[in-house]
Design a protein around this ligand. Structure first.
Ligand SMILES: NC(=O)c1ccc[n+]([C@@H]2O[C@H](COP(=O)([O-])OP(=O)(O)OC[C@H]3O[C@@H](n4cnc5c(N)ncnc54)[C@H](O)[C@@H]3O)[C@@H](O)[C@H]2O)c1
Length: 256
């Protein structure tokens, strides 16, 4: 990844510990990439960038909310002014809303789709001209196993938006292969991140929850943000130069 220019969208973590975006940003930097840490929360982006710089890596930050129609343009402009282009975009932002069909309001549905899917369109539309001009690029979308696997609880807006993101990644791959731009999607399974802790209510015992989540997985453990980061590193690097339109499950055998 030496000297590759990477933007991680959702590069912070919603709580203490390692979220998928934070681990991915740090791992790319460890491999020599220059990383633009983009987040809605300035402090979250700064925290990840500070970790990278502390290890001697190169990191910049940008504050952008993917629900803002101008967010994509902000990121593309920043990458262009910093480095003259962008080699990898990792769209890691995703929110979830509990509830099945009967509980899901139009407003819930629209909010989840806006962040999980439309945000990806905004970012992609903005960075593609840079990648097309340079004739290279790798787009990585963090979906979820929820796209293809039904959990014991319902969160239909999340499941459907994450499935749509899988199809979006394939459409982007198809449209852009002739420009040598690749587009792939990661489907993390049961991953131990702060996002999950924030998702459960205050009555849930965290240890009991962790044990229950681990027991769901044939490997007997939850994945970590580093498992997701390593998949992103592969898809962002030239090691996956001939792989596009692919969905990579990181699930410890949950769907095996
Ligand atoms: N943890 C799991 O078990 C699991 C499983 C499957 C998929 N995923 C997916 O992994 C991805 C990231 O997980 P994570 O643990 O890093 O998440 P996280 O909740 O820690 O969020 C990462 C960052 O995204 C930022 N963010 C949130 N909304 C934003 C917005 N509108 N604009 C810009 N930034 C925003 C947050 O501030 C945070 O710093 C999500 O897409 C999630 O759906 C997680």
């Amino acid at each position: 990844m030496a000297d590759k220019r990477v933007a991680i969208i959702g590069a912070g973590s919603s709580g203490a510990g390692w979220g998928n975006g934070k681990a991915t940003a740090v791992l790319f930097a460890r491999e020599g990439a220059k990383v633009l840490c983009v987040d809605r929360v300035a402090q979250a982006a700064e925290e990840t960038a500070a970790l990278i710089r502390k290890e001697g890596g190169i990191a910049e930050t940008a504050v952008a909310d993917v629900s803002d129609p101008d967010a994509g343009g902000q990121v593309a402009d920043r990458a262009k002014s910093l480095w003259g282009g962008l080699d990898v975009l990792d769209y890691n932002v995703g929110i979830s809303q509990q509830g099945g069909v009967l509980e899901t309001t139009d407003a819930d549905w629209d909010r989840v789709f806006d962040i999980n899917l439309t945000g990806a369109l905004r970012m992609t539309r903005a960075v593609l001209p840079l990648m097309r001009a340079q004739g290279s690029g790798s787009l990585i979308y963090v979906s979820s196993l929820a796209a293809v696997y039904s959990a014991p609880y319902s969160y239909v807006s999340y499941e459907v938006s994450k499935m749509a993101l899988v199809r979006f990644a394939r459409s982007v791959a198809h449209e852009n292969a002739s420009y040598q731009i690749r587009s792939n999607v990661i489907l993390p399974g049961v991953i131990d991140t702060p996002h999950v802790t924030a998702f459960v209510d205050s009555k849930t015992d965290p240890e009991e929850l962790a044990a229950r989540r681990a027991a769901m997985v044939p490997m007997g453990r939850q994945g970590s943000a580093w498992d997701v980061a390593k998949a992103a590193l592969f898809l962002g690097s030239d090691d996956s130069a001939y792989i596009t339109g692919e969905s990579l499950k990181v699930d410890g055998g949950l769907t095996a």
